[in-house]
Design a binder for this molecule. Sequence first.
Ligand SMILES: NC(=O)c1ccc[n+]([C@@H]2O[C@H](COP(=O)([O-])OP(=O)(O)OC[C@H]3O[C@@H](n4cnc5c(N)ncnc54)[C@H](OP(=O)(O)O)[C@@H]3O)[C@@H](O)[C@H]2O)c1
Length: 323
Amino acid sequence: MRAAIYSERGPARDVLRIVEVPDPRPGPGEVRVRLRVSGVNPTDWKSRSAGGPLPEPGQIPGQDGAGEIDLVGPGVDAARVGQRAWVYHAAAGRWNGTAAQYTCVPAHQAVPLPDDISFAQGAGLGIPFITAHRCVFGGGPVAGRTLLVTGGAGAVGNAAIQLAVRGGATVLATASSEAKRGLASAAGAAHVLDYRDPDHVAAVRAIAPEGVDRIVDIAIAANLAADLDVLAPHGTVVAYASDAPDPILPVRRLMVANARLEFVLVYNLTPAMLDRAVSDISDALREGTPRPLPELHFPLAAIAAAHEAVEQHAVGKVLVDIP
Ligand SMILES: NC(=O)c1ccc[n+]([C@@H]2O[C@H](COP(=O)([O-])OP(=O)(O)OC[C@H]3O[C@@H](n4cnc5c(N)ncnc54)[C@H](OP(=O)(O)O)[C@@H]3O)[C@@H](O)[C@H]2O)c1
């Protein structure tokens, strides 16, 4: 099969190569997916840039993707052959990510994709939507709650807005430009503010005088002080990205508010958390909830440019079309 691969870590253009490698075969409990689109996330370039020893013959990047199941391993229902599916965690501890014509994953990591949802949209679900799901619902249902999502045009932030609105919350969001604020509004945020405007904290307070119940934060070090200015008593701040340097915790302010800090890493969710996320995302798909971000397509041969686009914070969902 044709695949993008790297056998040493470094800048995208230096280490990513397009090669022919043997087609993978599904093991027990696995399915093989003929990929059509691979989704690119920050985790893909971060893993490519730094880390421990690489597998042989190299690492095919890409956690997320979508395509059709074309083979099943022992113990998997043969009726799944031909099924359209979105794939998550394909490269988590595995060499065969989604930037390739085929990937093999445990059967539950190839989730049925409704016929009316494009492969491109399916390839944008995994990391962003599963992470967002945990960030939004990690404290339980959010119906009737007020949430603030910082970075509402980012892949995770945008998914968090959509899932929280679907869950019955009123969502406020932040974003830095008019175009990005438009994407956060389109996702369902009731109010979108420019976090670079020094008055945005007062604006959040005016909208939610009692404070917001839960904050899904992309940059806790940069935002913690502002978060605590708008957090309701007993509220929660959830962090899913580490923006260096680590914040100094304002313990007394957190204590007075009886505030909670939560942290999410999508790779270390329990099977039950993943199942719940996948089930809710699947329900949302059937209802037509997820609105995809603008798509930025790259051919497989240009995967280095796709990685660079994500590294340079492209606005929209970066996707690699698989030949
Ligand atoms: N913990 C996990 O499991 C997990 C899972 C997925 C992603 N991540 C991490 O989360 C980060 C975002 O991923 P992504 O795919 O959503 O990236 P993305 O699509 O590039 O979005 C990043 C967004 O963050 C916004 N932003 C940056 N600094 C901000 C600040 N101080 N306040 C508010 N917004 C801010 C940016 O918009 P502006 O121009 O408006 O600033 C941008 O829209 C990456 O570091 C990624 O590695 C972690």
